[in-house]
Design a protein around this ligand. Structure first.
Ligand code: ADP
Length: 587
């Protein structure tokens, strides 16, 4: 399709279109920005929540184990546990002493089991890790296969003589557990035995479970080997699943962070987003290294956070969009009105522009015609006029002596009329030639031009004993002949319209930035300012021919010439004091 044939939208429609597009873009932009910032706020809030919850939970879990340690330490300090007096009655078949031996210890163990509900099994070991007693007694024979002396926690207890916590394992009852082992110290400081308890990890899972602290999507604890020891989903505490958590990105990072608890940042909460390899979901995570090399993690599914805030975000964005739409609708209405006015103004402007162009063209044409007419008329009139004056003069010569005084007077009048008419026609010719016969504008030394003019006017200057002075005059872009004409007319007028005093005329020029301002000042009769316009009109004079000779064309010619040069002409005057004529020539 041709480019020019594309439908052109009017200015009004364009304004409306621009407004509508920017309103829509605004809505989209505000909506997107709002959604983005609300999303970020929701994520930040979830992270803060995870951070505080994981801190609280970590403290609860730690104190749970610490209490178990305290329980055993308390028991170990009781006089009943200071010695193991019935070592000789240990029966390998039942893996310890019989049920009815050392009853006091057994009662205390039963009491602790029932009171605290923390332990599934409590047992007493000899210093060499042989089993002395297990409570409940029913489990005692089942523990035979365990060689406790080889376990790292036993060795740690031997080495440190402190209460220790084992890594997690699946207990004899199938429940995941850890062992808390407290050395029984005699007053001498020697270890007389060990008190151990299998701590049920389901208790920790209950702490971490969703019912206790909501909302987070998952929470778990691992031991120092990375094995799961608690999970919001208790069902996961199975042998096969436990391995998986060693590979969890959070845990593997933690396990590789060094062995010193200080290096692992024990007690501090780390916010650490991760992608779970099993479900490939993106999680916000809080991770807390605990005592004994354990760690707690709380996870929040990033999508579920977004899912929760999404309705709110949509509602707010919708509301904002609605508001924007209302504002836009009002704006659109205003834009429409402005557009209509704009269009009307544009139409009017185009119309008046066309009018102006037409008027100018008309003016130019009629000016040309007028000029042509004036030129032809004045040129063609000269011939018959010359005939009238020469034949009248011939008549006077031929019939000299035969004519009476009256006839001579009439002939004089006729000759005088013809001469005046000739002058008028000449003036008209000069006037009409300003536009049609001018030379191109060129750099002109106005000082030199003035010199020529003064030579032309030498007789008049001398006759009137006039004093004509001038400043330095610049070189300007002008038609030299026409500039001379302006100077000549203005200076001649200044001398002609003299007062009683001897005429004094001063010519000067002032630099006014973008133009030169010339002035011709005299001390003549002055001009009443009310004639400011009139004197520049062709054939307009303020005096009779008898008072001052002239045809009233001089200033009209000056004005035409100055205007042809792109300048202005005017005067300042005070009656009987003198006049100054100014004209400008653009640079
Ligand atoms: P003219 O000189 O032939 O009368 P101009 O167009 O030159 O025609 O001047 C028009 C009229 O302006 C003059 O008749 C005169 O009344 C007035 N005039 C022009 N120059 C001066 C002047 N320097 N001082 C006083 N009057 C002046």
């Amino acid at each position: 399709m041709d480019k020019n044939q594309l439908p052109r939208l009017s200015a009004g429609r364009r304004i409306i279109l621009v407004f509508a597009v920017s309103a829509l873009a605004g809505i989209a932009l505000v909506g997107a920005a709002l959604m983005h910032s609300l999303d970020r706020a929701a994520l930040a809030q979830s992270r803060t929540y995870l951070e505080s919850q994981s801190g609280t939970l970590a403290r609860q879990c730690e104190s749970e184990i610490a209490e178990a340690q305290r329980d055993l330490l308390f028991l170990s300090k009781m006089p009943a546990f200071q010695q193991l007096p019935y070592v000789d009655q240990i029966d390998p078949a039942i893996n310890g002493v019989p049920e009815n031996v050392d009853v006091e210890k057994r009662q205390l163990l039963t009491l602790t089991l029932n009171r605290t509900e923390r332990f599934s099994v409590l047992y007493v070991l000899r210093p060499n890790a042989d089993i002395y007693m297990v409570e409940p007694f029913g489990l005692q024979p089942k523990l035979t296969k365990n060689n406790l002396a080889d376990t790292p926690y036993y060795q740690e207890a031997v080495r440190t003589k402190h209460v220790v916590v084992s890594d997690s394992f699946i207990g004899a009852d199938g429940v995941p557990a850890v062992v808390v082992l407290a050395p029984i110290l005699a007053d001498s400081g020697d270890v007389t035995g060990y008190l151990g308890g299998a701590f049920h990890l389901t208790r920790l899972s209950q702490l971490v479970s969703k019912e206790r602290i909501t909302p987070y999507d998952a929470g778990f604890m691992v031991d120092r080997k990375g094995y799961l020891i608690a999970h919001t989903d208790v069902g996961l505490l199975k042998e096969g699943v436990r391995e998986r958590f060693v590979q969890h990105p959070l845990v593997s990072r933690f396990l590789s962070s060094g062995s010193d608890p200080a290096e692992k940042g024990q007690g501090a909460v780390f916010l650490d987003d991760c992608v779970d390899p099993t479900d490939a979901k993106h999680y916000l995570a809080a991770f807390v290294p605990l005592r004994w090399g354990w760690a707690l993690a709380l996870l929040r599914d990033r999508d579920s956070v977004m899912g929760e805030v999404q309705p709110v975000i949509w509602r707010i964005t919708g509301l904002a969009a609605l508001l924007f739409l209302i504002v836009s609708a009002i704006g659109l209405a205003i834009a429409q009105r402005i557009g209509k006015r704009w269009e009307a103004a544009e139409r009017a402007l185009r119309a008046s522009e066309a009018d102006l162009r037409a008027t100018l063209a008309n003016l130019e044409r009629s000016n040309k015609e007028l000029e042509q007419f004036a030129y032809v008329a004045s040129h063609d009139l000269q011939e018959p006029l010359r005939m009238v004056s020469s034949y009248t003069q011939l008549l006077a010569q031929r019939y000299e002596g035969q004519l009476d005084e009256k006839a001579k007077k009439y002939i004089d009048y006729a000759v005088d009329g013809a001469i005046r008419m000739q002058r008028l026609i000449n003036d008209l010719l000069t006037y009409s030639r300003v536009g049609s016969r001018g030379n191109p504008l060129a750099p002109t030394d106005s000082h030199a031009v003035l010199g020529d003019v003064l030579r032309n006017l030498a007789a008049m200057i001398e006759e009137n004993r006039a004093l004509v002075t001038n400043d330095d005059l610049p070189t300007v872009r002008a038609d030299a002949l026409q500039l001379a004409q302006v100077f000549q007319n203005l200076i001649a007028n200044a001398i002609k319209f003299r007062s009683e005093d001897l005429p004094r005329v001063h010519v000067s020029a002032r630099d006014q930035g973008r133009e030169w301002v010339f002035s011709v000042a005299d001390n003549g009769i002055g001009i009443d300012p009310q004639y400011a316009e009139r004197i520049f009109v062709i054939f307009q004079r303020l005096h009779t021919r008898d008072e001052y000779p002239g045809t009233g064309i001089g200033l009209a010619v000056c004005m035409r010439i100055v205007e042809r040069h792109g300048g202005r002409i005017w005067f300042e005057s005070e009656l009987e004091k003198g006049s100054t004529f100014y004209f400008t020539v653009p640079k």
